[in-house]
Ligand binder design. Structure first.
Ligand code: GAP
Length: 511
């Protein structure tokens, strides 16, 4: 079956998420609060599974990474030392006519040049087809104004590159008319709050915009526990908050989100590029292990001239979302910048005594940083599938199925008695449910025709379904007694399995 078109695919995923209880907009009954999301019964299980898989693989199964859970609100000096108070900004532009707000680096414009002369400007918002869209708009502009002569190929620039003279001439993406866009100004994305009873300057604090600073600030406390030796990492999962100017694309860019970050400390003379590569490969393999196809992933190396002065290199693992190829996981080699900054600002040198090398130094760090919500969205986009399957009457119809990897599927197995009005079937099905529950998430469903119950679980991404029928009760002979039908979600193949074999058979496949 043909793949749904990209915008259509995104709409289908958003609507399935609402219908099945993965994700809702926050505060819907009050008309929603933009860019905050609630995770429903299936979404919360999926998130938990993503977090657990990461934590197990990143911390519990390794000797060289330990965990941390630092507070969301930290001493405000943390954010001065880290550079967030001064520099965690995005360039913001307002459209005075429409009252809409944009990020300057997401507005693209070009001069319309005919026979060497600029005759006007065209604008588009960031997309996969910036150059093509600008060229199309330039052609329309020339045609509408009935300008004669040859249109020159457009040169796209983003709004941060506009000169003060050009700004009044560039059309607003909201109205299509020039004259209403303000010059870009720096907008700090940290959410401010106050600690204690007084609300003045001395009580200002921030909701953290990243979890990473917790690992730097607690570096010495963790070294002092004596459990770690360089090279080692500190990992943390937790909520972060950014007052994004243009949150968009469902849960891709939100104002409240969750990060999974790890700071891997290496010695000052170690081969940082080797470790950087090691962690890029680790992250890519991990994404594949939770069901993201390698073919949808790519790498983007930040150009040297765009890196912060202290950065040795940053590579983003990119995912092909329906709305374009976008950053999923950033892996940065940050040198000794963060520990040095906190050492200077706190007056407590963040040095490490290396008893193998017999020297004292400030360690360097490699930082793989990812958002749970972005992984979750990538997983949903990878899993969404439509195929053809027969309905109860044997007619083929479109089946929507979430092909979630069994490792992270919210429900591992659904248990169905064939009929709900046969107490023997219901009793047996409930016994099977109770047998499996200590090992995995089980969903028991007796409502409606069996085909419909399968379809509901296909949309929920449940990899296995078990039906308890009259054969299970031994009505067709003793050889089928205490067996059930095991149906596999993706292939829809069914096999007969002994109840006594179910735990081992399923555990092998959901781990
Ligand atoms: N400590 C480094 C750091 O926070 P970042 O690139 O700003 O780096 C890391 O963020 C990851 O966090 C991103 O790759 C993305 O997965 C996720 N992330 C960042 N901002 C986000 C937002 N507004 N909504 C959802 N996820 C976000």
């Amino acid at each position: 079956m043909a793949e749904p078109k990209t915008a259509e695919l995104m709409d289908k995923i958003v609507s399935l998420c609402k219908r099945r209880g993965f994700i809702f907009q926050s505060s819907e009954i009050y008309g929603v609060i933009n860019s905050f999301w609630d995770y429903g019964p299936l979404g919360v299980e999926l998130r938990k599974n993503i977090r657990d898989c990461w934590w197990n693989d990143m911390v519990r199964r390794r000797d060289d990474v330990v965990g941390l859970e630092s507070s969301i609100i930290m001493h405000p000096k943390v954010w001065e030392a880290s550079g967030h108070v001064g520099g965690f900004t995005d360039p913001m532009v307002d459209c005075k006519a429409s009252k809409q707000r944009f990020r300057a680096d997401q507005i693209f414009f070009a001069d319309v040049v005919v026979e060497g002369k600029t005759v006007g400007y065209v604008t588009v918002l960031e997309s996969e087809r910036i150059a093509e869209e600008l060229q199309e708009k330039a052609e329309t502009f020339k045609r509408k104004k009935a300008i004669q002569g040859k249109l020159e190929p457009i040169k796209a620039r983003d709004f941060t590159e506009a000169t003060p003279e050009e700004i009044p001439l560039i059309p607003s993406p909201a109205t299509g008319e020039p004259g209403s866009l303000t010059p870009p100004r720096a907008f700090n994305m940290m959410f401010e709050t106050h600690v204690g009873a007084l609300s003045d300057e001395s009580s200002v604090a921030y909701l953290r915009p990243e979890t990473a600073q917790g690992m730097f600030v607690d570096f010495k406390a963790i070294v002092d526990t004596g459990r770690v030796k360089i090279p080692f990492g500190i990992a943390q999962i937790g909520k972060s908050f950014r007052n994004e100017i243009t949150p968009r694309n469902f849960i891709f860019r939100s104002r409240e989100f969750e990060q999974m970050e790890m700071e891997y400390f290496i010695s000052d003379d170690d081969d940082w590029a080797k470790w950087h590569r090691y962690w890029i490969d680790w992250c890519r393999d991990w994404l594949v292990s939770v069901g993201i196809p390698a073919s949808a992933l790519s790498e983007y190396n930040h150009p040297k001239e765009k890196l912060a002065f202290y950065s040795k290199g940053t590579t983003d693992l990119m995912f092909k979302y329906p709305f374009g190829v976008q950053e999923l996981w950033g892996i940065a080699a940050r040198g000794d910048y963060d520990l040095t900054q906190h050492g200077k600002a706190s007056g407590q040198p963040m040095e490490y005594f290396d008893d193998v090398k017999k020297k004292r130094y400030v360690p360097h760090v490699i930082e793989p940083a990812v958002g749970v919500d972005r992984i979750l969205l990538a997983i949903l986009c990878s899993a969404y599938c439509e195929d053809q399957a027969p309905n109860e009457k044997g007619e083929m119809e479109t089946r929507v199925v979430m092909k979630l990897h069994p490792r992270i599927a919210p429900i591992k197995v659904a248990v169905f008695p064939l009929l709900k009005n046969k107490p023997e079937l219901v009793k047996k099905a409930q016994e099977v449910r109770d047998l499996l529950r200590p090992y995995m998430t089980v969903f028991y469903d007796e409502a409606g025709a069996i085909g419909r119950r399968y379809r509901r679980q296909d949309e929920a991404g449940t990899p296995f379904g078990l039906t308890i029928d009259f054969d299970t009760l031994g009505e067709k002979g003793p050889e089928l007694a205490d067996t059930v039908t095991l149906r596999e979600r993706d292939t829809m193949k069914q096999e007969r399995v002994k109840i006594s074999d179910l735990v081992s058979k399923l555990m092998e496949r959901v781990r």
